[in-house]
Design a protein around this ligand. Structure first.
Ligand code: NAP
Length: 491
């Protein structure tokens, strides 16, 4: 899949937080590496009454805020700004679309141009935007559309969003972003598992005791409280990011890496997740909501204070246990947890192996720890393998835990591209391997929905946990009950 010669990259919601904070800096950084098609234009669409000059000034300011000064080069900034255009229109109003149509048409080699439509707006507008694009004749077989999360808030609404977009674009033209899949360490998980031979023989229920996946944030909901309160941690993080990480840990080796085979294997994992019956939800899930506390030595308010009202039953923390019911993983628990206002910001996968079956070193009984592979997704990407070794010196065997470290920063000594940089390039090239297919999204909702339903029925609200902690005590108890503990994160 090659980068096209010409491309028009249209961002619906081009003045929003996502566009200014993530998408335009990512496009700038790829332009910095000379990776954008030479005459690529970036067209922002929103209601704001910007002309091109005003929009370019806004983007310049945003690049200064969100790009490392070491990567800001005036000639590249100028080149990126010269690619930018702004079209003012209201998506819900049929008027104004001719302005966009006129701009799209106004270029040489219109027929050869790959048109990308990035929907950086609320999903309720996805269907309307796609229908208007079709009406103005701006959808051809090589056009692509990118959908941001959340794709629905349950299975029915996810299907409705997928159908409204699917009426205009074929599945092969639809790119559903889960930015976790664009992270270097997440892609490296596939390479580590399948381009080496030492792990694969151990990667199953004979040798793996359990798997832990944590996505911890130290921030609260900030000014996204309105959206967050209608979603909660299960919808915002577990149904998409954590399940995608679980899929990459648990999937079978695909025959090769292409647009469908990796996604076929991930789908099989989602379909093999143990169904969450009401009894299992009551027993194997914990939800919490942050109270006031301290993060990094600073006092921070409660969720209710951040939201500006009491009485919300939205969870800002989830811990749960699940299983992948197939030959490879039968009986191996997968523990997932995520939360806001936790004691640190860290995303990490820990694969904990079984302990040696026999303690043969005299005096060292109970000293050997289980081998663990920590895969640090953020903030400091890397991998760490925890082993037990002999402490040097005479006088018998003194066993000590040590770790073999692969820090990306040290090993490669270069800036790691942001996930959006990789993913936006893949969209332009038409490579959907790292994007979620419709059946994956819907299988993930089908698994998550019974949890949401059971929680809705429950009279018990989420448990309080102090901001700056590891979540409610019940999350620790979920593992202690099985004779396990959450691993100290390496990050
Ligand atoms: P935002 O800051 O509120 O921006 C929304 C954008 O849409 C603005 O450019 C707004 O511009 C435009 N807009 C809204 N209604 C419009 C209408 N009727 N007609 C034309 N333009 C309209 O939102 P955001 O944070 O960028 O998020 C956008 C979407 O991405 C949301 O669905 C969000 O859940 C998702 N998302 C965001 C992030 C993030 O980090 N921000 C991360 C993942 C997913 P005007 O007001 O000028 O029209």
């Amino acid at each position: 899949m090659e980068m096209p010669e010409t491309c028009d990259f249209t961002v619906f919601g081009g003045t929003g937080d996502l566009a200014l904070r993530k998408l335009l800096p990512a496009l700038y950084l790829r332009d910095h590496e000379d990776q954008l098609p030479r005459d690529c234009r970036i067209i922002a669409v929103s209601r704001s009454e910007y002309d091109d000059t005003a929009y370019r000034a806004e983007v310049r300011a945003s690049l200064q805020r969100h790009v490392d000064p070491a990567d800001l080069r005036e000639d590249v900034v100028e080149r990126l700004l010269s690619r930018l255009h702004h079209v003012s229109l209201d998506f819900e109003d049929p008027e104004g679309w001719h302005l966009l149509h006129g701009l799209l048409k106004d270029r040489p080699s219109y027929d050869e141009t790959v048109r990308v439509y990035y929907l950086a707006v609320a999903p309720s507008m996805f269907g309307e935007i796609c229908a208007r694009l079709e009406e103005i004749g701006a959808v051809d077989p090589q056009a692509r559309v990118v959908m941001e999360k959340p794709i629905g808030h349950d299975l029915a609404s996810a299907r409705a969003v997928n159908e409204s977009v699917g009426r205009v674009f074929e599945e092969r033209q639809i790119f559903r972003i889960d930015h976790y899949l664009g992270k270097e360490t997440v892609q490296n998980l596939l390479v580590t598992r399948f381009a080496n031979t030492f792990l694969e023989p151990l990667w199953n229920s004979s040798w793996v005791d359990h798997v832990q996946i944590t996505v911890a944030e130290s921030l609260g909901v900030g000014n996204r409280g309105g959206y967050y309160d209608s979603a909660g941690a299960l919808r915002d993080m577990v149904q998409n990011h954590l399940l995608q990480l679980l899929c990459l840990v648990a999937m079978e080796p695909p025959t090769y890496v292409d647009r469908e085979t990796v996604r076929d294997e991930k789908l099989k994992v989602l379909l093999a997740l143990r169904p969450m019956t009401p009894e299992i939800v009551d027993r194997d899930t914990v939800r919490g909501c942050y109270a006031a506390g301290e993060v990094d030595g600073e006092p921070v308010p409660s969720y209710a204070e951040d939201l500006g009202r009491d009485g919300s039953r939205t969870e800002t923390f989830v811990a749960l246990k699940t299983e992948v019911q197939n030959w490879r993983w039968a009986g191996v628990p997968f523990y997932l947890r995520t939360g806001k206002r936790m004691d640190r910001r860290a995303s990490e996968i820990v694969v904990v192996l079984k302990r040696p079956p026999h303690a043969m070193f005299p005096g060292a009984e109970g000293v050997t720890t289980a081998n663990r592979l920590h895969i640090q997704v953020q903030p400091d990407e890397g991998m760490r393998l925890h082993l037990t070794v002999k402490e040097p010196g005479p006088g018998g065997y003194r066993l000590r835990p040590v770790s073999l470290d692969l820090s990306y920063a040290t090993a490669f000594g270069q800036r790691l591209p942001d996930a959006y940089e990789r993913l936006l390039m893949d969209v332009m090239k038409g490579n959907p391997t790292l994007f979620m297919r419709r059946d994956e999204v819907e299988a993930a909702w089908a698994w998550a929905e019974p949890i949401l339903r059971r929680w809705d029925e429950s009279p018990v609200p989420p448990l309080d946990y102090p901001a700056g902690s590891a979540g409610p005590q019940a999350a620790a108890a979920l593992l202690e009950r099985d004779g396990r503990t959450w691993q100290e994160l390496d990050a």
